[in-house]
Design a protein around this ligand. Structure first.
Ligand SMILES: Cc1cc2nc3c(=O)[nH]c(=O)nc-3n(C[C@H](O)[C@H](O)[C@H](O)COP(=O)(O)OP(=O)(O)OC[C@H]3O[C@@H](n4cnc5c(N)ncnc54)[C@H](O)[C@@H]3O)c2cc1C
Length: 341
């Protein structure tokens, strides 16, 4: 007997969950439904840096578990010839401040973590007294999502553009529904604890910038991506404004220029605003409920704040385990060898 699975959402959570379900549970057909696909999802606009950030009160052990699983997946991809198409690469990173910086909980996951002496940090960033350095991984969703979708379709997955106003529309048609609607889970499943955390960035052409810098003192950050450099940002809880704001842009630009004065000469590529799916903590759980008089089995995977790319592969694994449990199937997590991707 074949199991019919629907995944709502084609951001990083939806596509990663769809791929992992298809590859790890026997006898399934998987359909992704979304009203937006790449390059129009929130995931597409994120820089894609692996670093837990603004994940609400999600317990540290879960952040560690989902983050580590994702890091190791991206690390494996780095070693394949697929990594450039998938938009995955390493990025050296400085965090700087005029206050001492505590060792982050993920210091053992990233490469080459170290405290940087005041003497050394002030030679590179004269305004800073304290710093840490490590090498992390960047996963650029404008490349990664098309790559994931291709991997999904190659193995028989179906993807359709469709808005779902009410889960009742799918009642009786699927054995399990996976909810990866991001911020819009708020209306889809009436979860008012989901809220926007507005992020505005400027993408500039500055190929001479090779390091990620996060300035804790001013709150600005600079992330070198494949085709441009991200200058950020804002973290405005509760704001639904998706238009770039001139005041925010001015502040971001000035703060980033105080870190790297050469950015004053960078050509602006484009402005972008995205709404992070904020929640008191990530919702990753299974639910059996009645919808339109029928039993519906649902796995929820949403509310990842500023850490969706950082957690996606680990969350997709737990989502897959819940789907298998609801189907009464065994799940066998074996990464696909590079030659089969
Ligand atoms: C400025 C900014 C920078 C960021 N940088 C990083 C970073 O460097 N690293 C990191 O880890 N994270 C970062 N994030 C956070 C990250 O972007 C999010 O956590 C992540 O994209 C959430 O992914 P998602 O798949 O849950 O949601 P989304 O990408 O929003 O996808 C949701 C999907 O659900 C679909 N959908 C929703 N409702 C419905 C419906 N009713 N019917 C049909 N389809 C529906 C949408 O069309 C879409 O396909 C950043 C965010 C912002 C705003």
């Amino acid at each position: 007997m074949t199991h019919n699975i629907a995944v709502i959402g084609a951001g990083v959570m939806g596509l990663a969950s769809a791929v992992r379900i298809l590859e790890n549970i026997p006898r399934v057909t998987v359909t992704v439904m979304a009203d937006k696909f790449s390059p129009n999802t929130t995931s597409d606009g994120a820089a894609g840096l692996w670093e837990p950030y603004a994940p609400g009160n999600t317990p540290e052990h879960l952040q560690q578990r989902w983050g580590d699983a994702t890091f190791h997946h991206l690390e494996a991809l780095l070693k394949t010839e697929e990594s450039s198409e998938a938009g995955v690469t390493t990025v050296p990173s400085f965090h700087i401040s005029n206050q001492p910086i505590q060792e982050p909980h993920y210091s053992k996951t990233v490469y080459n973590y170290r405290q940087v002496s005041t003497n050394e940090i002030s030679k590179i960033f004269p305004q800073a007294k304290h710093g840490i350095f490590f090498i992390t991984i960047l996963c650029e969703c404008r490349m990664y999502l098309p790559w994931l979708l291709k991997r999904f379709k190659k193995q028989g997955g179906r993807a359709i553009k469709r808005h779902i106003s009410d889960l009742g529309e799918l009642a009786g048609q699927y054995d399990v529904i996976v909810n990866c609607a991001g911020l819009h889970a708020r209306s889809l499943v009436n979860d008012e604890s989901v809220h926007p955390i507005r992020g505005q960035v400027i993408r500039v052409k500055a190929p001479w910038i090779r390091h990620f810098v996060d300035d804790y003192t001013s709150g600005c950050y600079i992330i070198p991506c494949a085709n441009n450099v991200v200058l950020g940002g804002t973290l405005q809880k509760g704001s639904w404004n998706t238009q770039p704001d001139a005041e925010d842009k001015k502040r971001i630009f000035e703060d980033c220029c105080s870190v790297y004065p050469s950015l004053k000469h960078a050509e602006v590529d484009y402005d972008w605003v995205g709404l992070r799916p904020g929640r008191s903590s990530v919702r990753l759980e299974k639910e059996i409920t009645q919808v339109s008089g029928r039993e519906m089995k649902i796995v929820h995977n949403y509310g990842h704040g500023g850490s969706g790319i950082t957690f996606h592969w680990g969350c997709a694994q737990d989502t897959t385990a819940f789907v298998a449990e609801l189907l009464g199937e065994e799940v066998n997590f074996q990464e696909q060898p590079a030659s089969k991707l």
